[in-house]
Design a protein around this ligand. Structure first.
Ligand code: 3PG
Length: 423
C-alpha cells in the first residue's frame, strides 16, 4: 500500500460519508487561447476516480490554470463543464475562492454536491508565497484561514503540482487531516518503481519549454547519480546548444526572449553543467528549422540562421533512439519540438515510439505528452503516464516535494486525534 509506504493518510483511512471535503486537484490543461477550448482533458479524466470515491461527501474542488501573463491563464468555467460531462454529474463553477458567496454555498451543500472554485492563481497570496518554506505563512493566508473552518478533510490529489509550496497545496496540513487522493496514490506507487537499484542505465529525456524545472532537476539528477544520462531536446535543447557557445539566430532568440524570462541565467548554469558532466549530457547535433513554411534540417555547425528551430533533426533522433534502446529506465518530460505542427512532430513522434517499443521501464510526463501518446495510440505501451511534468522529474530526481511533505506532516499530527483513523 503506498499510503503505508509513504506514511500518509489515504481516502481509505477515514469514514468520509456526509463530510465536507476540500479536494486540491491539478487540472492545468492545454487551452486554445482564442476559443478557450480545452485541448487535452487527460488531467481532468485522471481525477475522476477520486471524485467518484467521494460521492457521499460534499466536495469542494480547488485547482489552478497556467501562470499570470500566459495566454491560457483563465477561469475554470470550461474545466467545470468538462468535468461535469465526464462525470455525468453536475460540477458547479463558482467565480470566487474564499468570498462570502462561496462560503454561503459551501454551508448549503448536501452530500453528492460538487463545486469547483476559481483559479487559485487569480489570488495574490497563492502567487506571492510560491516557494515559501515557512509553513505558517501558507497557513495564515486568507485563502486557508477562511476555507479551513468550513471543511472536515483536505484531499491532496494534485501530484502534478506537489513540487510547489503554495497555500492551497501545503497550507491546510496542520488544520485538518490531509489525505492522498487516488491520483497521488497511484503516482507514488508507480513512480516509486523507478528507484529499483538494479535498473541501469537510467536516462532522462528533458524537452518542452519549462526550462526552469528541467535545468534544476538535471543538475540534481547528475549530482546525486539518480540518472546516468540526460538527453536534451525542445527548448531545453536550445539552452544547452547556447551553453556550448552555439548562436541560434534571430527566430529562436525571439522565441526564447518571449517564452523563457531571464533565459541567460539558465544558459550559464547549463554551461557549468557541461563543464562537469559533458559526457553525460547529450545535446542535439542537428535541428529542423521553419524555412519558408517548410522543414529544413541543418547541423549545429550551420547555425545561426534566422529561421526558428522547431524540432530535432534525424541524426539526433538516431543517437537518442540508441540511448533509449540500451536503457533500463527511461523518463521523458516534454516534447522534442513544436509537435502540434505535422512537419515538426517527427522528433517527438519517433522518440516516443521508440520508448514505447523499448524494454525499459518507461515513465512519460509533461502537460502535452499525453496528447501525443493518445494520438499515436501507444499509451498502453508506457509503464506509467504521469499527470506531472515538473513534479514527475523532481520526484524522480529524489527532491523534497512540499506537497508530499505536507501529507506526511498531517499524518504525524492527526494520527492520534482529534480525528481517529478508521484503522
Ligand atoms: C504543471 O503543469 O506542471 C503543473 O500544473 C504546475 O504548473 P507550474 O509549473 O505553472 O507551477
Amino acid at each position: 500500500m503506498p499510503g503505508k509506504q509513504w506514511d500518509i493518510f489515504t481516502l481509505d483511512d477515514f469514514n468520509l460519508d456526509g463530510r465536507t471535503v476540500l479536494v486540491r486537484v491539478d487540472i492545468n490543461s492545454p487551452i486554445d487561447p482564442i476559443s478557450g477550448r480545452i485541448l487535452d482533458d487527460y488531467r481532468i479524466r485522471s481525477h475522476l476516480s477520486t471524485i467518484r470515491d467521494l460521492e457521499r461527501c460534499k466536495v469542494v474542488i480547488l485547482a489552478h490554470q497556467s501562470r499570470p501573463g500566459k495566454n491560457d491563464y483563465t477561469t475554470l468555467n470550461a474545466h467545470a463543464m468538462r468535468m461535469s460531462q465526464l462525470l455525468g454529474k453536475r460540477v458547479e463553477y463558482l467565480d470566487g475562492l474564499f468570498h462570502g458567496h462561496v462560503r454561503r454555498k459551501i454551508r448549503s451543500m448536501k452530500p453528492g454536491d460538487k463545486i469547483l472554485l476559481e483559479n487559485t492563481r487569480f489570488y495574490a497570496e497563492e502567487i506571492a508565497l510560491k516557494g515559501e518554506k515557512d509553513r505558517s505563512k501558507h497557513e495564515n493566508t486568507h485563502i486557508v484561514q477562511r476555507l479551513a473552518p468550513m471543511i472536515d478533510f483536505f484531499v491532496h490529489d494534485a501530484f502534478a503540482t506537489a513540487h510547489r509550496a503554495q497555500p492551497t497545496l501545503v497550507g491546510f496540513s496542520e488544520l485538518v487531516p490531509n489525505l492522498a487522493g487516488r491520483v497521488m496514490q497511484k503516482e507514488l506507487e508507480d513512480m516509486g518503481k523507478a528507484f529499483q537499484p538494479d535498473l541501469s542505465p537510467k536516462i532522462a529525456m528533458l524537452g518542452g519549454v519549462k526550462v526552469d524545472d528541467s535545468i534544476d532537476v538535471a543538475e540534481h539528477m547528475l549530482e546525486k547519480g539518480h540518472m546516468d544520462r540526460i538527453l536534451t531536446m525542445g527548448v531545453v535543447g536550445h539552452i544547452f546548444l547556447m551553453a556550448k557557445g552555439i548562436e541560434l539566430g534571430k527566430g529562436s532568440m525571439d522565441f526564447l526572449q518571449k517564452e523563457v524570462p531571464r533565459y541567460e541565467r539558465y544558459v550559464k548554469r547549463a554551461s557549468s553543467m557541461l563543464d562537469r558532466w559533458g559526457d553525460k549530457i547529450k545535446v542535439p547535433t542537428d535541428v529542423a528549422v521553419l524555412n519558408d513554411e517548410r522543414r529544413d534540417v541543418i547541423t549545429d555547425e550551420e547555425l545561426p540562421v534566422d529561421a526558428p528551430i522547431m524540432d530535432i533533426g534525424i541524426e539526433t533522433i538516431v543517437t537518442y533512439s540508441q540511448e533509449i534502446e540500451n536503457a533500463e529506465l527511461v523518463v521523458v518530460n516534454g516534447p522534442a519540438g513544436a509537435f502540434e505542427y505535422e512537419e515538426f512532430s517527427i522528433g517527438t513522434t519517433e522518440l516516443f515510439r521508440t520508448v514505447a517499443h523499448s524494454d525499459a521501464y518507461s515513465i512519460i510526463g509533461g502537460g502535452h505528452s499525453t496528447a501525443v501518446l493518445e494520438k499515436l495510440d501507444i499509451s498502453h505501451s508506457i509503464d506509467h503516464i504521469s499527470t506531472g511534468g515538473g513534479s514527475c522529474i523532481n520526484f524522480l530526481a529524489g527532491r523534497t516535494m512540499p506537497g508530499i511533505e505536507a501529507l506526511k506532516r498531517s499524518k504525524r499530527i492527526f494520527k492520534r486525534g482529534p480525528f481517529q483513523a478508521r484503522r
